[in-house]
Design a protein around this ligand. Structure first.
Ligand code: HEC
Length: 123
């Protein structure tokens, strides 16, 4: 192989070495993050329906919370698709500040508090 021919191949050789390094080091590059797990929408809805507290918590939110919110705080109606997103605020109001359910609403039973807590801890 003449020097001229070798010279032409240098870019290709450099590229090959980079590709090789990328393949050998598993977490090389910004696109790879070992903490990211790809799950499909189907899998997510399966997780939601399999969560034993989800349905029970939703029933409580609908009966004890939405019953009043529908009239007095209609911008905060709890639904299956928004409840997990609202969980931090629910936790704060129900367990930390103890503002909800409001005094003039139907209080939660000890069981219902436990279910809400288990649901929030499970998500
Ligand atoms: C008797 C009426 C009533 C009941 C019952 C009730 N709420 Fe509320 N809730 C309100 C009203 C009115 C507001 C808006 C004004 C306020 O924050 O005081 C509110 C606001 C909230 C907020 C937003 C507060 C904030 O600043 O982030 C959350 C979260 C909330 N409620 C959760 C709940 C949950 C969870 C339940 C059931 C366990 C519940 N509420 C039951 C009347 C009620």
């Amino acid at each position: 192989m003449t020097y001229r021919k070798l010279h032409k191949r240098i870019p290709f050789l450099v590229l090959s070495v980079i590709v090789l390094i990328t393949l050998l080091i598993p977490n090389y590059g910004i696109a790879t993050n070992s903490n990211v797990v790809l799950v499909s929408v189907d899998e997510i809805s399966q997780i939601i329906t399999e969560n034993p507290y989800q349905k029970k918590a939703l029933t409580i939110l609908q009966n004890k919370c939405n019953a009043c919110h529908r009239k007095r705080n209609p911008f905060l109606i709890f639904k299956e698709r928004n409840m997990n997103r609202r969980a931090p605020r629910i936790y704060k109001q129900v367990f930390e500040l103890k503002r909800m359910p409001k005094k003039d609403g139907v209080p939660l039973t000890a069981d219902e508090y436990q279910i809400l807590k288990s649901w929030i801890e499970s998500i």
